[in-house]
Design a protein around this ligand. Sequence first.
Ligand SMILES: NC(=O)c1ccc[n+]([C@@H]2O[C@H](COP(=O)([O-])OP(=O)(O)OC[C@H]3O[C@@H](n4cnc5c(N)ncnc54)[C@H](OP(=O)(O)O)[C@@H]3O)[C@@H](O)[C@H]2O)c1
Length: 247
Amino acid sequence: MSLEGQVALVTGASRGIGAAIALSLAAQGAAVAVNYFGSEAAAQAVVQAIRAAGGTALAVKADARDPHQLEAMAATVKAELGPISILVLNASISFPMTGFLDYPWESFEAKLLGELGAAFHGCRAVVPQMLERKGGTIVAITSGLARNPGWGFCAHSVAKAGLEGFVRALACELGPMGIRVNAVAPGLTLTDATAQLPEKHKDAAAAHTPLRRNGLAADVAEAVTGLVQSGFVTGVTLPVNGGSYIF
Ligand SMILES: NC(=O)c1ccc[n+]([C@@H]2O[C@H](COP(=O)([O-])OP(=O)(O)OC[C@H]3O[C@@H](n4cnc5c(N)ncnc54)[C@H](OP(=O)(O)O)[C@@H]3O)[C@@H](O)[C@H]2O)c1
């Protein structure tokens, strides 16, 4: 299904998985708003790549945790590209990797508020535009760690599990209005976020998948675009991890 005529907003699209999603949606014909927080040059490079391929794109700065900035961003995108019909909640909300017994409550709280606030306020800012278009689709990027936690990821696992609950709740509420809501849960994916991991850790993760490799941002993007292009799928969490959930 072509996405010609659709307008997409991808949060955290200057780098990594978000940038790959922006490129993938644009390749299918969507006009794409590339949200960034600190990396303006990288966001502009994504926009230029889309334009060079004949697509339409716009870079928009906003802190995905800030309701006012999200509202302003949604208004800018509508004014420049038209009402948004595709929202991808991807922005990476940082957190310290620390064991539970040493985890500062302030960091735990900030991760939960940041992750769930970005989803809540992002949807509140954009869903009215989807209703104007009589439909739309939302995809949240969660994580395999929501269901299979590891040491140091306590806050991240809880935040992503909460996000998956939010996805199912919105799928119920917004389905009758023509809006589908799904999640994509990547396994270990090679981006800046995982660049510092020891090679033996990445090799172990690859060995734990039937496909015997680490995920790439493009793998996640392909799954997101597939969900966007589907018509009768809502409320699901799609693992994109080379099948590691089987083990
Ligand atoms: N990589 C993995 O192994 C993996 C696995 C499972 C799930 N995920 C999830 O996939 C998503 C993307 O991760 P990634 O690996 O692509 O991360 P990444 O390469 O570190 O990129 C992070 C992106 O998020 C943006 N960002 C950070 N804070 C933001 C904020 N407050 N407001 C708006 N944008 C913000 C960054 O923008 P600026 O650079 O412009 O600040 C950047 O574009 C995240 O939700 C992450 O939890 C990743």
